[in-house]
Design a protein around this ligand. Sequence first.
Ligand code: SAM
Length: 256
Amino acid sequence: MNEHKPDNQLNDETYFGYRKVAIGEKAKLVRGVFDSVADKYDLMNDVMSLGIHRIWKRVTLEHTGLRRGMRALDLASGTGDLARLMASLVGKDGLVVLSDINFNMLKKGRAKLDDLGVIGNVDYAIANAELLPFPDNHFDAVTISFGLRNVTHKEQALKEMYRVLKPGGRVLVLEFSKPVNPLFAKIYDIYSFTALPLMGKLLANDAESYRYLAESIRMHPDQETLRQMMETVGFNQVDYLNMTLGVVALHTGYKF
Ligand code: SAM
């Protein structure tokens, strides 16, 4: 089903999961999904991935190259897992900006970080990744984890990431991708289209949002397509690391 077209755009239509929708409608539908899942988001992440998402985020952190005093932007930050880890790396003289298009998700993130005492070196901004309210050449690292597949104009978001990165800065895109082993891919498909919606129904009373999750993963560009998209907007030394047999991939690149 994944046609691996860079932006999955069809003139004035795009895909929301497997559904074709008007381009202007997608952001509203995505907002509906995350409004609906915000309260149970962290619990569902742990249950659905058996906690493995924590390892994927740790590995991402290790590739940021962040050091004390640096400034990072976490896009589509949601409940702020990655931002929290980055805040500990940049320390009290650094800054991590958590940014998301969805108020409810970012509110959850802020409450969680406040509870954990992550205060002082974090900031919050409601923003669409396609149009960032930050100056050029501003951040040492820009991250987006499990966010890019929800964005309508992915190349536009990548261009914005490039713009706000400092020369020498790093971009990191952690996202679901294409499993590398065909047998494993079949098992993963069965899990995604039966177990995920069922868990969504049982734990969050919301099968639909978790069906969207499975569909949006299948529609997202695969490893090589995303690498090309990142190179097209200007990133250098673009590379990716498959994790859990390609269930997710971490794409990295630099702005020179
Ligand atoms: N980064 C967090 C993580 O890894 O757990 C949250 C990921 S959550 C699956 C996806 C997030 O992307 C949601 O919080 C959603 O509101 C956000 N999002 C969707 N479209 C966006 C856009 N165009 N710009 C910024 N954030 C967006």
